[in-house]
Design a protein around this ligand. Structure first.
Ligand SMILES: C[S@@+](CC[C@H](N)C(=O)[O-])C[C@H]1O[C@@H](n2cnc3c(N)ncnc32)[C@H](O)[C@@H]1O
Ligand code: SF4
Length: 476
């Protein structure tokens, strides 16, 4: 545990974030029992560690916040020898910075310099942001009446070790699945009526989770049918995605359902193609099953299949990632999403760490090389980076990048990250976002997280959600 004392009350969150990039357990203390004393002064930062004081003078061109973050980062980086690719940048949406600078007329070189000067970000990461921002620019929404719809299925075949999504295994929820689907149907009908009533244009429909395909074939057909007739038919929807995700939940019947209702984009996610790791992370499917289900979907005519991978899984190093990439290369997916593994609170992996059951995670140099291999894979597949976001507590402080064939970008993913389009989200734990474009304002409206609570209080929730949407679209 790293104990920090500081007089910089206003900057505590920034100080915490920088320490968190290098250390797992951190707490603030107010007494003499500290490891670090961080003293914020008018023109400098003093760092006291083991009776040695280091004074870092502020750069007048930077804000106090930037100066504090930069001083602390440089200090800890020198001490540990660790240099992080994003430097002091901890925000989830770095492409927003690039997009804003582009809109101000800045050149690529200006933007790279900006990232380096303000947050010590490596050139290659800044250039990745620029590349992604240039693709996103063509898609980002600019019309208040354009919306997207998200529908969530909060069940999974098994719970993966690293996952913190509020989803339960389908076996544990047998008694509530039917009721959940009924409540979801109710919400779908009410929101569909609202959308029609207000003349809103649905741009994308995204059915995710959890795992939408974790229910049985019959239940799956009924819910996709409901989504189709309420949101797709008669509308000019550009994109209908279903995140099948777990290969062990995919059947020929479900793929047939998806085809029948015009789903264009699906995900079949290996995370890794190493059977030992798949077992360790509790995925409940083998690498061969990924190949079989992928080939089946191809045979049935799906020509926009995404594959999710995670870099930095426990026990995996460069050799394992190279193997995964060579297997994925053979599958030739149309898009690829690479996630840096994040140690999430609420996951079994995090719980294990707290209980001192440590699993081997690759060191930083190797993690860098592993990400490089996935970036090479995207080039071999002729896929371009089109969206990106970052998560907290990612091993090696990396990013998540979506690559796709040109014109097969997932527009929903872009709208989600850039937050310029209202997304009405349905289902347990789904969070709607309404965007007041003119005021550049965003408001969130969460549904109940707990499935049983969602079922019990659906009518009241829908009523409140409609009132919430009326703030933007006006009451009738
Ligand atoms: C919302 S999840 C649902 C996907 C689907 N249920 C599946 O597992 O295939 C979307 C993606 O997030 C990624 N993910 C989930 N937990 C993660 C974690 N702790 N660190 C990094 N990526 C994670 C995985 O790649 C996963 O496919
Ligand atoms: S990673 Fe996917 S399948 Fe695994 S628990 Fe999370 S949502 Fe469910």
């Amino acid at each position: 545990m790293i104990k920090i004392k500081t007089n910089g009350e206003k900057f505590k969150y920034d100080i915490y974030n920088i320490f968190k990039l290098f250390f797992t357990e951190i707490e603030f203390v107010s007494d003499i029992d500290y490891n670090y004393n961080i003293v914020v002064e008018k023109n400098n930062l003093k760092i006291l560690y083991e009776d040695v004081e280091k004074v870092c003078d502020f750069d007048e061109q930077l804000s106090d916040k930037e100066n504090i973050k930069r001083s602390l980062y440089n200090y800890i980086s020198d001490k540990t020898g660790i240099k992080l690719p994003w430097g002091t940048l901890v925000g989830i949406r770095p492409t927003k910075i690039a997009l804003n600078l582009m809109n101000e007329g800045k050149t690529d070189e200006d933007i790279v310099k900006y990232f380096k000067y303000h947050s010590l970000t490596r050139d290659d990461k800044a250039r990745l942001c620029i590349k992604v921002a240039k693709t996103e620019e063509h898609f980002v929404n600019s019309e208040t009446n354009n919306i997207s719809i998200y529908i969530g299925m909060p069940f999974c075949p098994t719970r993966c070790l690293y996952c913190s999504f509020i989803s339960d295994t389908i076996a544990n929820c047998k008694d509530v699945v039917d009721d959940y689907l009924l409540a979801l149907n109710y919400e779908i009908e009410a929101i569909s009526e609202y959308v029609r009533d207000r003349g809103l244009n649905i741009e994308c429909v995204y059915f995710g989770g959890g795992t939408p395909t974790s229910v049985n074939d019959e239940q799956f057909e009924k819910i996709v049918n409901k989504i189709y007739y309420n949101f797709i038919e008669g509308n000019t929807v550009k994109e209908f995605t279903v995140e099948c995700g777990r290969p062990d939940s995919i059947t020929a019947e479900k793929l047939y359902t998806l085809k029948r209702y015009g789903v264009q984009r699906i995900s079949i996610n290996p995370q890794t193609m190493n059977d030992n790791t798949l077992k360790l992370i509790g995925r409940g499917h083998s690498a061969n099953e990924v190949i079989d289900k992928f080939n089946l979907a191809r045979k049935m005519g799906f020509n926009n299949i995404n594959v999710d991978l995670i870099v930095g899984l426990p026990g995996e190093g460069l050799k394992e990632v190279k193997h995964t990439c060579s297997e994925v290369l053979k599958l030739a997916p149309d898009s690829l999403t690479v996630h840096g593994m994040s140690l999430k609170r609420g996951s079994k992996l995090h719980q294990n760490t707290i209980n001192n059951i440590h699993m081997k995670i690759a060191p930083l140099e190797e993690l860098n090389a592993m990400h490089e291999v996935t970036s090479k894979l995207s080039e071999q597949l002729n896929l371009k980076p089109y969206y990106m976001y970052r998560q907290k507590n990612t091993v090696g402080n990396m990013e998540n990048v979506g690559y796709s064939k040109v014109n097969q970008e997932c527009i929903y993913n872009i709208e989600m990250i850039e937050e310029k389009q209202t997304i009405i989200a349905l289902g347990a734990n789904a969070v709607s976002k309404i965007i007041f474009l003119k005021e550049n304002r965003l408001e969130r409206f969460p549904n109940h997280k707990d499935v049983r609570e969602y079922i019990k209080r659906i009518e009241e929730k829908v009523e409140k959600k409609i009132k919430f949407l009326n703030e933007l679209y006006g009451a009738k």
